[in-house]
Write a protein that binds this ligand. Sequence first.
Ligand SMILES: Nc1ncnc2c1ncn2[C@@H]1O[C@H](COP(=O)(O)OP(=O)(O)OP(=O)(O)O)[C@@H](O)[C@H]1O
Length: 264
Amino acid sequence: MSAFLEISRLGIAFNRAAPPVLREVDLKIDKGEYIAVIGHSGCGKSTMLNVVAGLLPATVGGVVLDGAEVREPGPDRAVVFQNHSLLPWLTCYENIRLAVDQVFGRAMSKAERHDWTMKNLERVHMTHARDRRPGEVSGGMKQRIGIGRALAMKPKVLLLDEPFGALDALTRAHLQDEVMQIHAELGTTVMMITHDVDEAVLLSDRIVMLTNGPNATVGEVLTVPLPRPRDRLALATDPRFLEARQAVLSFLHERHKNPALKAA
Ligand SMILES: Nc1ncnc2c1ncn2[C@@H]1O[C@H](COP(=O)(O)OP(=O)(O)OP(=O)(O)O)[C@@H](O)[C@H]1O
């Protein structure tokens, strides 16, 4: 059986004179799986996500989602970036509503689109701030709206590009727990880029570790053997959590050291 999301022999070169950023990236993701992609800065994580999003064409190989080749951006692949991409002149409600109108303008009545917008505000615990603009809410709240907007599109895949990277540790932990809950409730397929090893182990079913660039590729894939629901406090001392964490740290800091540090 073919995978729900399949990246095949993907290669990306931005410039003919330079070596490719990514080469021969192969990855099969099942429906409902939560995948984290980790690797040192500049190895090509965002590039890989952008190809899946349809924002960047593959130089070689390609991506197939649910039987269809990815060639351009589409609402079946919603992206949440590290720095929220909300429209500052619209309220939190309007930011989500805009996406709902774009995707479901024909399929849903006006009343249904309102209800669906409210449902997604509620899902990310932002109903109380529905009439505030992005400039009037915190960084964590902005990311919540970004996630709510992405979910409101009912995507086949949620693409998270370091969604919690700019947040303080406590806010980050809250949002991670919320995303875990949403994933459990909706069974959305997720591909998340992160630099944070603990975050990758806590949230994912599998962790895809990229080698250093140029010519980066999948070095190892670790299956995280932790049952769900997961509780961050209980996991802090769970030997399976610590072992998975150690495996990723060892990949990143022993076998595939940061090239910038190696040169130092
Ligand atoms: N549009 C572009 N044109 C030319 N080079 C690019 C372009 N986008 C990315 N690159 C290069 O491709 C490489 C991979 O970049 P990418 O942003 O995918 O890395 P990353 O692993 O996501 O990094 P970080 O963790 O720092 O965000 C880098 O060397 C970057 O300079």
